[in-house]
Write a protein that binds this ligand. Sequence first.
Ligand SMILES: Nc1ncnc2c1ncn2[C@@H]1O[C@H](COP(=O)(O)OS(=O)(=O)O)[C@@H](OP(=O)(O)O)[C@H]1O
Ligand SMILES: Nc1ncnc2c1ncn2[C@@H]1O[C@H](COP(=O)(O)OP(=O)(O)O)[C@@H](O)[C@H]1O
Length: 293
Amino acid sequence: MVAVKTVHPPISCSSSGSQCGQLVPVPKIGFVKLPSLSLRLNVGNYARLSLIQATEESTVAVTNGRAAVFSGENPPQMVTNGTAGNIVWHKSSVGKVHRQELLQQKGCVIWITGLSGSGKSSLACALCQTLYSRGKLTYILDGDNVRHGLNRDLTFKSEDRAENIRRIGEVAKLFVDAGVICIASVISPYRRDRDACRALLPEGDFIEVFMDVPIEICEARDPKGLYKLARAGKIKGFTGVDDPYEPPLNCELTCILRWLQLALPPKGNSCASPSDMAETVISYLEEKGYLQA
Ligand SMILES: Nc1ncnc2c1ncn2[C@@H]1O[C@H](COP(=O)(O)OS(=O)(=O)O)[C@@H](OP(=O)(O)O)[C@H]1O
Ligand SMILES: Nc1ncnc2c1ncn2[C@@H]1O[C@H](COP(=O)(O)OP(=O)(O)O)[C@@H](O)[C@H]1O
């Protein structure tokens, strides 16, 4: 069986019927009618759903060909996806709400995407530093760093990049559950991979920040000399050179850096510093209530 985290279209349920909208707790005991249409599961399968039974304060999840109902904030029993069967979700008396109360913040992901050299890591560090000085707990998942450990088995082929982003998205989700402000700084060149990570989290908790920096500037910076190697054909499939980058269509924040002076070296551009950019992101967090429990 496969448990779905996201249903397209999302469904909401009541004891008397169903409608399109957010997945919400079922208010009281009753049968819940789900839309009798094909629902796309996150594994790419399709299922038709009709009637399921709900208990008080239940949450509805959809499994491969079945619908399941779990009680409470942390479902006590849930069959998860993957190849291993008979997996039971262990509930703890200390939940996300308690951790957030302890930390006086709300868990979320700040997902920084952009070309190599666009300033993702610099923004991530500036954010981490400023939030730390304000007593907020963050953790950075940087592409380069994660590829030294958890993702050391992955290359830069599109399917490996997708797996890289999937794993980082899942780890980020754990951090959010821990109440931590997780900062992912990864190229994440494919829209569908970023959107899949967004779909793992509750609405609003995935804050996509696009480093909108022209490749000419990234290339002129080239702190690791990788663009030079890519142009010389010594690195194949380098993002922006001979591999695609799909900019976000609807991200929460964009850090724009426009090169006003075309001559090299790149001086005289309208360059906000990483700490200025971090202030913008932090204002957003404040406005959305993430810096309090
Ligand atoms: N072929 C190719 N394309 C792009 N980047 C490459 C490549 N080979 C190595 N590198 C280095 O790997 C860093 C990007 O890793 P990511 O995990 O963020 O990439 S991805 O999201 O899986 O596309 C990236 O780090 P940043 O410069 O910090 O972005 C590069 O230093
Ligand atoms: N806002 C900025 N203005 C000017 N230079 C920057 C800015 N952000 C980063 N840099 C410089 O650009 C280079 C690449 O930054 P980095 O954060 O490593 O990018 P990425 O993580 O996207 O590869 C570094 O040399 C860094 O000092």
